[in-house]
Ligand binder design. Structure first.
Ligand SMILES: C[S@@+](CC[C@H](N)C(=O)[O-])C[C@H]1O[C@@H](n2cnc3c(N)ncnc32)[C@H](O)[C@@H]1O
Length: 195
């Protein structure tokens, strides 16, 4: 088996794992009432960009090998590094879901009896789930030795994140007021101590 094929297999295993982590929380979210929503066409566009870059474009590449013209030769160290980053991202992703629990939504929504979570991964950064998406995108860039499919994840993450983060923080400030303001003062957004 070639090194490039190994990278594709690791990515497929990772994305299937991602799906099985997410499904139970989506089911549970359907049972908790939404009391306020900021769902908008812009946010849906951001979500679609994330899905396209982190799932659809790489899946298309793995299935068809296209665009082959953007391939470059795979390096064993890159596959190992990509696998470590991707599976660390999945661990963070799972931790954030467990910590958010019934407060989780796929978009900008406030649930019935919504609580502000500031423990577990939320003690380090305000948006650890987005940190996990960024790390997945980074892992994908090392695992898939193709300029388009490899970099699509980071691009999709960036569109989702920058279209959403200000609106999400404004919504949390409106709902939780000084509690969220204090939380903002002690945490960074997605990279501990940096940003
Ligand atoms: C897709 S989740 C992402 C949560 C967070 N931005 C992150 O990256 O971990 C988005 C929803 O989570 C909720 N949320 C975000 N931060 C939260 C927090 N610290 N505590 C409770 N709910 C939060 C909001 O209702 C938002 O609509």
């Amino acid at each position: 088996m070639s090194i490039a094929a190994l990278g594709k297999i690791v990515w497929v295993v990772g994305i299937i794992t991602w799906y099985f982590i997410r499904v139970p929380f989506e089911r549970r979210a359907k049972r908790v009432q939404v009391v306020s929503t900021r769902r908008s066409p812009v946010d849906m566009f951001g979500l679609a960009s994330g899905l396209l870059g982190l799932a659809i474009i790489p899946a298309f590449y793995v299935a068809t090998g296209m665009p082959g013209a953007a391939d470059y030769s795979a390096r064993p160290w890159a596959i190992v590094l990509g696998a470590v980053i991707f599976f660390f991202a999945l661990w963070v992703f799972r931790r954030t879901h467990k910590e958010l629990g019934r407060n989780w939504s796929i978009t900008l929504e406030i649930r019935d009896k919504h609580e502000l979570i500031s423990g577990g991964p939320y003690a380090f950064v305000r948006h650890p789930m987005y940190t996990s998406f960024m790390l997945m995108g980074l892992g994908q860039a090392f695992l898939l030795s193709n300029w388009v499919a490899g970099l699509a994840g980071l691009l999709g993450f960036a569109v989702l994140f920058f279209l959403r983060v200000d609106k999400e923080e404004r919504m949390m400030l409106e709902i939780f007021g000084p509690q969220y303001r204090d939380y903002m003062q002690r945490t960074k957004r997605i990279v501990p101590y940096l940003y």
